[in-house]
Design a protein. Structure first.
Length: 252
């Protein structure tokens, strides 16, 4: 098993890509701390993992809150004694709102979840990794973090920031045994669409302009396999970069 005796945190693990990552990591031997704002779905994920012979602990938390980030990492340490892998997966969409229509409230909420949360989790995990001389961070970015119009302005800017965070951390801590990489998924069959309500018609029309070029929609399990690759020794020479997983959509 590729993650035998490792301890991993996966945020946004109640559904979609986070759930798939948590299930696969547990199958590969990791003890997984799963976090989400929905405790009911989290408990279902823990049940799935334990039913399959894995080990997991659920921690309800909102990554936009500093105290929740602290609690998630502290739970991993207090429960399993260490932390080896951090997967910053939790994220929300922005209703395709363009720059002329964006409000401060929307901008700040999207940034709080999509980039401030990963920054704080990274900041909390790094001292643990530095002391161990080893640690892996996997950030879930987006094709929207590589290109200009896969969503509204808030989501797009936040996911570009995730990639900047990834590259900065990856290079700066490389000599301390720490790797930080990101995955940029294209369209994936998850429930993130439930965070979309009353979308901007103008913004959605512009963001959807290239959907006809998308070869296909991916499945969460396909992203989970990329995350596993980045979290294990198979990717030992990969650091500070982004792996695009979109069936070639952004290659056009």
């Amino acid at each position: 098993m590729k993650l035998q005796n490792k301890v991993a945190i996966v945020t946004g693990a109640g559904s979609g890509m986070g759930r798939a990552i948590a299930l696969l990591f547990a199958k590969e031997g990791a003890k997984v701390v799963v976090s989400d704002i929905n405790l009911e779905t989290l408990n279902k994920v823990v049940t799935e993992i334990t039913f399959g012979g894995g080990i997991a602990t659920a921690v309800m938390g909102n990554v936009a809150k500093e105290q929740d980030i602290q609690n998630i990492v502290d739970t991993a340490i207090n429960t399993y004694g260490t932390l080896d892998i951090l997967v910053n997966n939790a994220g929300i969409m922005d209703n395709f709102v363009p720059a002329a229509e964006v409000t401060d409230e929307l901008w700040e909420r999207v940034f709080a979840v999509n980039i401030t949360g990963p920054m704080r989790a990274t900041r909390k995990a790094l001292p643990i990794f530095i002391k161990k001389g080893a640690g892996i961070i996997v950030n879930i970015a987006s094709a929207g973090g590589l290109l200009g119009s896969r969503a509204g302005v808030s989501y797009t800017a936040s996911k570009h920031a995730v990639i900047g965070l990834t590259k900065n951390v990856g290079f700066q801590y490389a000599k301390l045994g720490i790797r930080c990489n990101a995955i940029a998924p294209g369209a994936v069959n998850t429930n993130i669409g439930k965070t979309i309500y009353n979308p901007s018609q103008f913004g959605m029309e512009r963001a959807m302009a290239g959907m006809n070029l998308n070869p296909r929609v991916g499945e969460p399990e396909e992203i989970a396999r990329v995350a596993l690759f980045l979290a294990c020794d198979d990717s030992s020479f990969i650091n500070g970069t982004v792996i695009t997983a979109d069936s070639g959509w952004t290659a056009y």
